[in-house]
Write a protein that binds this ligand. Structure first.
Ligand code: OOG
Length: 253
């Protein structure tokens, strides 16, 4: 199979909510090939009228790497079709086997076209917020290699952003909880995300500029999950809460 065919199969798997077999090993895909497939699959979405809204980092915490057995930071692209509203009720039929994870989001205030340092970030970001990300691997049993998950746009599926706040709070050690209904099902410190979630933006600025992509003003960046991800079931309320930043939730049916 060529890269375009693989991108098409993954795009169809996402839009029809039908899982597919892993393809990287069989087709001897390199990591570069996988990112090219990711780009092709985003191009298919853009051709349908979707708009790129930002970027996400994955495997920025040990909990996530250990859960998925993959040991390298990855990045993917978000579109408006993935955007969920706060308190929205979502029908799980649209996905295959979705999981949810608590995150922190940043909003870009000025185009980023080179690698930034931590110290420079306040010139390029103007807000942060608690967030929840929904990931839904297009592969059977949510099992994949690093190349497979990258080709699948890092399982990107949905995200909901809480209220935006100024960048004035130190976020290097805040408690982050994933709450399902009224029960805290997982917690971690934000330090689990590369020792400081802002470091995810530094990493993304490096990766995007190496790939020749500009992170645009107004786009958002999801720093990656602090905890493992948890499967969603019907009739749940999923809440992400971050100490000092507040909480964000959605419901499922
Ligand atoms: C890949 C996405 C990982 C994160 O925050 O680490 C991710 C997956 O686990 O399916 O979004």
């Amino acid at each position: 199979m060529n890269k375009q065919e693989i991108a098409y199969i993954l795009d169809q798997a996402a839009s029809t909510a039908k899982p597919v077999e892993q393809m990287a090993a069989k087709n001897k895909l390199s990591l570069d090939d996988a990112y090219q497939i990711q780009r092709e699959s985003i191009a298919l979405r853009v051709q349908r009228g979707e708009v790129i809204t930002g970027f996400k980092l994955g495997f920025t915490s040990k909990a996530k790497m250990e859960q998925m057995g993959v040991h390298d930071l990855i990045w993917g692209i978000l579109t408006n079709e993935m955007e969920l509203q706060q308190n929205e009720t979502i029908n799980l039929n649209r996905w295959i086997h979705p999981r949810v994870e608590p995150e922190i989001a940043f909003r870009v205030s000025k185009d980023i076209n080179r690698q930034l340092t931590l110290e420079e970030l306040p010139q390029f970001l103007n807000a942060m917020a608690p967030a929840l990300e929904v990931i839904d691997s297009r592969y059977k049993n949510f099992k994949f290699s690093l190349e497979d998950v990258v080709a699948d746009n890092c399982s990107s599926t949905g995200y909901v952003i809480g209220n935006w706040l100024p960048l004035s709070t130190d976020i290097s050690n805040l408690k982050m909880d994933l709450v399902i209904n009224d029960e805290i099902v997982d917690s971690a410190s934000s330090a689990a995300i590369l020792e400081n979630p802002l470091q995810s933006v530094v990493e993304l600025s490096r990766l995007a500029s190496e790939a020749g992509l500009i992170i645009k003003k107004g786009q958002i960046i999801l720093a990656g999950a602090a905890t493992a991800a948890h499967f969603l079931k019907e009739n749940q309320v999923a809440t992400g809460q971050v100490e000092k930043l507040g909480s964000v939730r959605f419901k499922t049916v």
